[in-house]
Design a protein. Structure first.
Length: 255
């Protein structure tokens, strides 16, 4: 069997591995299986909540380590039939986060989401399409939802969502907005409250300073004993830039 030029593939989820319907196509399933059969290792790297990343990894049979919250959390799946673990957890500064949320809720067209490793705290309002509570679907396979599926991410959206959120360390803030999104981005950039990025054209995300998919991949490489030159990475948006740059080969998706 020929040796793989890049034995480790790092894959973004939304806009890369997943279709626009948030499913995993038969073509992608075959490609992943072929890569694994040749000895390749697959690492998922997403801005999604670690619980969502863990469910996708389990569905695809991908044990090992995966990246969530754009690098703020590592998901470890030792085996498919045991609970996943969260490690390398990085959090936003507590006081800066409080000030940032107070600022964001002043915009009437904005909806703020505050992410903890075990729960999502969401400003009351229209539920964002970002929160997909369907069980991940493999195209062409029976759609069988596991008995322990609870919607993927526990969500709290009561009127005291902000107070409850700030009782915990938070790992990412996402704000959805329409007319005010550009202004929000500009003001957040001047406040130096965290790393400002985006995974789509309708939102902005704030992560801990110094955290990115690329930096966390390098941490994982040191931990597991591989090098960046051995990795090929796939992504589709601004929050994937550091990942594509860090990898031995980075491929920007057109979908």
């Amino acid at each position: 069997m020929a040796e793989l030029a890049f034995p480790i593939a790092v894959l973004d989820l939304d806009g890369t591995l997943l279709t626009t319907q948030k499913t995993i196509s038969q073509e992608n399933q075959k490609a992943l299986k072929s890569f694994q059969n040749k000895g390749g290792q697959i690492i998922l790297a997403s801005g999604r909540h670690p619980i969502s990343v863990a469910w996708h990894a389990r569905l695809l049979g991908l044990t090992g380590w995966h990246i969530a919250f754009d690098g703020a959390v590592l998901v470890h799946l030792p085996a498919l039939d045991v609970p996943w673990e969260f490690e390398y957890i990085r959090s936003l500064d507590t006081e800066s986060t409080k000030e940032m949320i107070d600022f964001l809720v002043t915009y009437p067209d904005a909806q703020c989401l505050a992410f903890h490793e075990e729960k999502l705290y969401m400003q009351p309002g229209e539920r964002s399409s970002f929160i997909d509570q369907r069980f991940p679907i493999l195209e062409g396979q029976p759609d069988v939802t596991p008995s322990d599926w609870d919607g993927g991410i526990p969500i709290y959206s009561g009127i005291d969502w902000k107070e409850k959120a700030l009782m915990h360390p938070l790992h990412k803030i996402t704000v959805f907005a329409q007319e005010s999104l550009k202004e929000i981005c500009e003001k957040l950039s001047m406040q130096n409250v965290g790393k400002i990025s985006s995974s789509d054209a309708k939102s902005v995300e704030i992560s801990p300073i110094g955290i990115s998919k690329g930096n966390t991949l390098m941490h994982l490489a040191d931990r597991l004993g591989f090098t960046a030159d051995q990795t090929i990475a796939f992504g589709d948006y601004y929050n994937d830039t550091a990942l594509l740059t860090a990898a031995g080969m980075g491929i920007a998706m057109g979908n």
